[in-house]
Design a protein around this ligand. Structure first.
Ligand code: NAD
Length: 491
């Protein structure tokens, strides 16, 4: 049994109330850890420490090159402990060890990438229209940043926030999802080992609707960065309005993967499987909404079906496992509800649609890979995020129809399409209203490229240079080198 604490002002601490929470393995429901269950007062205490470290500490004024070294060291420590972190992530989320290892490599590269930007591009000199004057535009750290992450990619999503904020010179209060805190706690330990000053990195644990809400409401917080569901995002926006804090939101997606008849059939098929079913579909960019041109529709369904029925469910720690469980009983119920709704709305179930019967999976939150065909645009499984191993397939005739269908959602996170026609590539990539568009690929993202949503999929961008800019304020500094008296009002 792992026992962990929160990290506030450089100290490992219990919740002020003394309450704790058990963390379970979704593969078998076994309790794997016990952690503090903080509340509003724990958030307040951490915000105070971060405020003090920002307002009175050296961190914001520390040269970028020095900050960058610490951020880089943290990346190196993550590489050193990659295997331990990967196993912890798999134990806590159920995802396969291969996926977790990939996450950890990506996470280390995120810290190293931002470390490299720490002493670059801190501003520019601009032309001043006033004679004998100069103007500089500088970028300064925003201040105290509250950062709230979800359970699906616990440490990856946390690192998209921690690395740029620390690089920019902000102080942070990180709140991981209450059910998947373990790797974020471990990385906080590594931040302590790297030597970040007390109060710069704080990690608090507790429920979103109390401790998380306090972070969103606190007048002492300058920026809130949140990744999670759209409804929580709305609440965060409202709470943040109190002191007009800066907001960065990475919300859900309903991501179309469009297969034209001239596509490379086998590659497109692979992309649908991995794009929709990776991590049991619990990805904001899951390509769970598949649009197939009618000439190849029936063949595509048959091929997809035979591949989906062969997917091996199991323990993420076992090497043969291709898909782990869903995260929780509550989430499993949500996926089951959507499957019931799909059937009621007339979608045709081709496979899955149930919990697996194998006895070795009985204790876990497993759901079989599920395929629906004959889906219509107005159905809820087409318009709403399911976040499970459920693919919905629609057919279309023309390019314009595919574009209209793909865009007809409140979400705008990511979309992909498969075709060999260069003119269509141009038209489609312009027409799709999504933050990321993949051409002849799906679910590709990397540290250097900005990530974020159009429409209700979010506000702002993470990753890339844009991800660093989120954590900076822009200041214009004007100096008159030959000031003269001005008098607007007469003698
Ligand atoms: P969620 O919204 O339930 O919770 C996310 C986090 O917010 C958790 O830490 C939770 O404790 C906290 N929270 C809950 N209520 C809160 C409140 N009132 N105030 C402050 N914090 C609160 O989301 P989830 O179920 O953990 O994650 C799944 C969602 O995350 C999906 O919708 C998915 O699409 C989205 N997501 C988006 C991206 C992206 O890059 N756009 C990436 C990963 C996940």
């Amino acid at each position: 049994m792992i026992e962990k604490k929160m990290f506030v002002d450089g100290q490992w601490t219990e919740a002020l109330s003394g309450k704790t929470r058990e963390i379970i393995n979704p593969f078998n429901r076994e309790v794997i850890a016990r952690v503090p269950e903080g509340d509003r007062e724990d958030a307040t205490r951490a915000v105070k420490a971060a405020r003090q470290a920002f307002d009175a500490g050296d961190w914001p004024q520390t040269p970028g090159s020095v900050r960058g070294e610490l951020v880089y060291d943290l990346g190196r420590l993550i590489e050193r402990d990659r295997e331990e972190l990967a196993e912890l992530e798999t134990l806590n989320t159920g995802k396969t060890l291969e996926e977790s290892r990939w996450d950890m490599d990506d996470i280390a590269s995120i810290f190293k990438y931002y470390a490299g930007l720490a002493d670059k591009d801190r501003g520019e000199v601009i032309e001043s229209p006033i004679p004998k004057s100069s103007s500089r535009v500088v970028r300064e750290p925003v201040g105290v940043c509250a950062q709230i992450s979800p359970w699906n990619y616990p440490l990856l999503q946390a690192s998209w926030k921690m690395a740029p904020a620390l690089t920019a010179g902000c102080t942070i209060v990180m709140k991981p999802s209450s059910i998947t805190p373990l790797t974020t706690i471990k990385v906080t330990e590594l931040a302590e080992e790297a030597g970040f000053p007390p109060g710069v990195v704080n990690t608090v644990l507790g429920p979103g609707n109390s401790l998380g809400a306090e972070l969103a409401e606190s007048p002492e917080v300058d920026l809130i960065s949140f990744t999670g569901g759209i409804e929580t995002g709305r609440k965060i926006m409202q709470a943040a309005a109190g002191n007009i804090k800066k907001i960065a939101l990475e919300l859900g997606g309903k991501n179309p993967n469009i297969i034209f008849a001239d596509a490379d059939f086998d590659l497109a098929l692979d992309s649908v499987l991995s794009g929709a079913l990776f991590h049991a579909g619990q990805i904001c960019s899951a390509g769970a909404r598949v649009l197939v041109q009618d000439q190849i529709h029936d063949r595509f369904v048959q091929s997809l079906l035979s591949r989906m029925q062969r997917i091996k469910l199991g323990n993420g720690l076992d090497s043969g496992t291709q898909m782990g469980p869903l995260i929780s009983a509550e989430h499993l119920k949500k996926v089951e509800d959507y499957v019931r709704i799909a059937l009621e709305e007339g979608a045709v179930l081709q496979c899955g649609g149930e919990r697996p019967s194998a006895p070795e999976l009985r204790n876990g939150f497993f759901y079989t890979p599920t395929l629906f065909t004959d889906c219509k645009n107005e159905m809820r499984i087409i318009q709403e995020e399911i976040f499970g191993p459920v693919i919905s397939l629609e057919s279309f005739q023309t390019e314009q129809e595919a574009l209209d269908l793909a865009n007809s959602t409140v979400y705008g996170l990511s979309a992909g399409f498969w075709t060999r026609d260069p003119d269509r590539i141009h038209r489609m990539s312009q027409g799709l209203r999504f933050g990321t568009v993949w051409i002849n690929d799906f679910n590709i993202y990397f540290t250097q490229a900005p990530w974020g949503g159009y429409k209700q999929s979010g506000l702002g961008r993470e990753l890339g240079r844009a991800g660093l800019e989120e954590y900076t304020e822009t200041k214009h500094i004007f100096q008159n080198h030959a000031p003269q008296a001005t008098n607007w009002f007469g003698a």
